[in-house]
Design a protein around this ligand. Structure first.
Ligand SMILES: O=C(O)Cc1cc(O)ccc1O
Ligand SMILES: [Fe+2]
Length: 470
């Protein structure tokens, strides 16, 4: 899962020409990145800013402060250990005391209980929300939909969504509760982080690990998307998402005075603010394996059945946050990308099922193979543990109508995804009461008729498909 290559970004930088890709570096819209997943990386915006031979010299190059950011306990075994050393103009601690942010953000949850959320086994679906007209930045536009567990107990996950139209101004966000996996659906996100900048477009994802300070600018204005938050372990990448396609930012910093700069810290699901007089993006150089990164979903190498039946979607896991139980995920991020369907005498869309895991789904663009209508880009659905679901009536009937003779068929222009968890989500009250809730969702299945007939044998089915009108 982890690549063992240790990449020296400095040598890469030296050889880089504008607009060209070089070994280990990826150029995207003018920004250069460092590629690799789980690697120990290093980057310096000023040559010689990284101390050599030790992490914490008495005096750091350029008079910088050394600061460590850890993502795992100091005592975690080496293969799990994650930390980075940041060399910055002023240390993060240089700020006024944290205060509860006012007005309170009412719709963020990191500890799910009866005070903020309900349970229901019902199939749930939401229409895409409208982006607000009033100025709303990423933080104010973020709201929790569902989740389970507790950030205080370091076990759980949350699914959030956001709808925003304004760039964060003179403030940065920091999530002490867990890692954010951000899936933009509409509008690009230009994310400044302490390690540098990431430009993330719909169709790409970004991971901002716990504790990193970041600010989101919206170059396209109206923006919408999904966020999975894991309240404990770290994400691992699946082998079909190649390590070199994950890219981290290059060191970038801003200096000088920034009066009234606000750090907004999410801690136990509540927001706190602390004022400082400088930008937190003052890291001149860094090294380590605890970094924000992004990944372009079109680079995923999908696998599918090549003869019969429908493969379960876990094969298309991009990132997984494992639990201690082998093969059981706290959160899998699974995609349904464009791909060829070739299975013979097979019902090709997803099968009807009841799953011991719980499935939250979203759609980035296009349509989804199990739903003829009603599941729209920017919308969402939730099928919790053991709740029956599957293709809607229109999809079932159109598939059977087409019969057995369909040859290879390519599903194009589609990117659905699933956050799948072994924990059973509670649903936030505002999500259940949302005007975007599709109360007629169940009707997409109520038209499914019985095709049962004592005369239709398995052989008839294989040769002819189910008789029309039976
Ligand atoms: O419910 C869904 O649409 C997601 C899903 C897709 C699939 O191909 C097989 C199982 C599954 O849960
Ligand atoms: Fe499912």
């Amino acid at each position: 899962m982890e690549s063992k290559v240790v990449l020296n970004e400095r040598s890469c930088h030296r050889h880089q020409e504008a607009g060209k890709k070089t070994d280990g570096c990826d150029l995207d819209g003018g920004l250069a990145y460092i590629s690799g997943f789980g690697n120990t990386l290093e980057s310096e915006a000023l040559a010689g800013a990284l101390p050599r031979g030790q992490n914490s010299p008495l005096v750091c190059p350029y008079g910088l402060y050394a600061e460590q950011l850890s993502g795992t306990s100091f005592t975690s075994p080496r293969k799990l250990n994650q930390r980075s050393w940041l060399y910055r103009i002023k240390p993060s601690v240089t700020h006024e005391p944290f205060k509860a942010r006012t007005p309170r953000h009412e719709r963020l949850v990191s500890e799910f209980d009866k005070s903020n959320s309900c349970t229901t086994p019902t199939q749930l679906r939401w229409r895409p929300v409208d982006v607000p007209n009033s100025p709303t930045d990423f933080v104010d536009g973020l709201y929790t939909v569902c989740g389970a567990g507790s950030s205080f107990l370091r076990h759980g996950f949350a699914v959030h969504m956001y709808a925003a139209n304004t760039s964060m101004d003179n403030c940065a966000f920091c999530n002490a509760d867990g890692d954010f996996l951000i899936v933009p659906q509409q509008g690009r996100l230009w994310i400044s982080t302490e390690c540098g900048k990431l430009q993330v477009s719909p169709g790409e994802i970004a991971v901002i690990p716990q504790g990193f300070r970041f600010a989101v600018a919206l170059p396209d204005g109206p923006s919408r998307g999904y966020v999975a938050e894991i309240l404990a372990p770290i994400f691992r990448a699946n082998g079909l998402a190649a390590p070199r396609d994950f890219v981290a930012p290059k060191a970038w910093f801003e200096e000088g005075s920034r009066p009234g700069y606000t750090i907004i810290q999410k801690f136990g699901g509540e927001l706190f603010t602390a004022i400082q007089d400088f930008s937190p993006f003052n890291v001149v150089a860094w090294h380590g394996n605890y970094v924000p990164y992004k990944y372009d979903l079109s680079k995923f190498c999908p696998y599918n059945t090549v003869l019969i039946d429908h493969s379960d979607p876990s094969i298309n896991t991009v990132l997984t946050a494992p639990t201690d139980k082998p093969g059981v995920a706290l959160l899998d991020f699974v995609i349904f990308p464009p791909r060829w369907l070739v299975a013979e005498h097979t019902f090709r869309p997803p099968y009807y099922h009841r799953n011991c895991m719980s499935e939250f789904m979203g759609l980035i663009y296009g349509g989804y193979e199990a739903k003829a209508d009603g599941f729209l880009p920017g919308g969402a659905s939730l099928h919790s543990c053991m709740t029956p679901h599957g293709p809607d009536t229109k999809t079932f009937e159109a598939t059977v109508e087409r019969g057995n003779e369909v040859g290879p068929l390519k599903i194009c222009n589609t990117m659905a995804f699933m956050f799948e968890s072994c924990l059973i989500p509670r649903i936030c009250t505002w999500a259940l009461e949302s005007p975007y809730m599709d109360h007629e969702y169940y009707q997409c299945w109520t038209g499914l008729r019985s095709h049962f007939s004592h005369e239709t044998t398995n052989r008839d089915c294989v040769e002819n498909g189910i008789q029309r009108g039976a």
